[in-house]
Design a protein around this ligand. Sequence first.
Ligand SMILES: [Cu+2]
Length: 150
Amino acid sequence: MKLSRQILFASSITLAAIVVPHLATAAEHIVEMRNRDDAKNSMAFQPGFVKVEVGDTVKFVPTDKSHNTESVLEVWPEGVPPVEGAFSKEVVFTAEKEGLYVLKCAPHYGMGMVVLVQVGKPVNLDKIKEYKATGLAKKRLDGEIAKVVQ
Ligand SMILES: [Cu+2]
């Protein structure tokens, strides 16, 4: 009896490890909102591209003030709650579904302040490539798209 209980207990641990592997390895990624990034671009997210897995979170932090982080709704995947960060405030995006996610700082979007998050496989890459971002964000976003991992 005692032995069978031990076996049962061991089996349930094994089962849990199979069913919820991402919970055990969920990572938090940090993206900074900055007046100048490491490459000397003004008004930028650092890094401008981040690759994560389903279950991970991306925390956008206001290293410099007067920025925000919000979804670019034109290319935001359906059924995923949009990110709506307030100015100079931290906001967290939880990766629930595979695909590419474009976020911006509202006042500096035309100056190129855009960030691309890849969750798992880039299932909506064509749609992201077709999207014409505002002003300087177009060029910067193209640069980030080039980093997408197939
Ligand atoms: Cu900004």
